[in-house]
Structure formats: C-alpha cells, structure tokens
Design a protein around this ligand. Structure first.
Ligand code: CO
Length: 155
C-alpha cells in the first residue's frame, strides 16, 4: 500500500467526469487500499478516485466507523433535506454549509464486482452525495450556502 498525493482545488482534473470501472482486478484492489490509507493519513472520511488523479468511479468512505467501498455508485432514491457543514481533502482549511438530502439510497458494486444497495442517513447520506459529486466533477464549494448561520451558532 502507498500514500497517494491528494490533488487540490484549481487543478482541472477535479472538474472532469470519472469513467465507470469495468475491470474488477488486482489493480482496482490496490487503488482502493491506497485510497483508504491516503484518506486515513489525512484524517478524512471520504475520498474519490479523481482526488488521487484516477478518473474512475471509485469511492472510499469511513463514516460512523463503517469502512465502505463503492464502485460505480448511483443514487437511486433520496429523501428530505439537511443543511450541515462539510469540507473536502481537496479544499484544505475550509468548510461551508451545504444542503443535501437527509437520506439517500445508493446502488453500487464492491471491489469484486458484486452489486449491493446501501441506505445512508445524515452524515453517511452527506458523505455519499459529496463523493458521488466528485465523480461528476462537482465540488462542495459549488454548492455552499453563503452567509448561512446555523441556529445553534446564534445562541
Ligand atoms: Co471531497
């Protein structure tokens, strides 16, 4: 396993659309292992392939102590909305409030190509949406609600 370099905002690769994974081989496993190691090393809770320069539809997540890998993920259902603060390993030192669905259901494949369905609420729903946006070349900063003040901030 190896720590990979995380590409920072301003690099145009982050704006490109990632391609579907077709080969569920050893190389994919290596990429996923490296991505996980890189995410942990940088105290992140999610990382998409494009962030390490690989334009493939792969995501690793570490939310609520759940280690999740998603290949070719697709949001098939969503419900409600929630505004919370988020950040990104490709936008260091910044956070912002973004509106996301409260709950999303995603269809994806594991590293061996097996399909599964995952429903995430709150933090996990947010992380799934954030990472799937990366696969489309979208960054959370595109969606930040400017001047948003959380209710509990005001007290
Ligand atoms: Co991100």
């Amino acid at each position: 396993m190896a720590i990979r370099n995380i590409i920072q905002v301003g690099d145009e690769i982050l704006r490109k659309k990632s391609k579907p994974v077709r080969e569920f081989d050893e190389k994919l496993g290596e990429l996923l292992d490296d991505m996980r190691e890189t995410m942990i090393k940088n105290d992140g809770c999610g990382l998409a392939g494009v962030q390490v320069g690989i334009l493939r539809r792969v995501i690793v997540l570490d939310v609520n102590h759940m280690k999740i890998e998603l290949i070719n993920p697709e949001i098939i259902d969503s419900y409600g909305e929630a505004i919370e603060r988020e950040g990104c390993l490709s936008v260091k030192g910044e956070t912002g409030y973004v509106k996301r669905p409260k709950e999303v259901t995603v269809k994806a494949q594991d590293r061996y190509g097996n399909e599964f369905i995952l429903t995430g609420v709150d933090m996990l729903a947010r992380a799934l949406c954030h990472e799937i946006d990366h696969l489309e070349g979208i960054l959370y900063i595109d969606k930040v609600i400017k001047d948003y003040k959380e209710k509990k901030d005001k007290k």
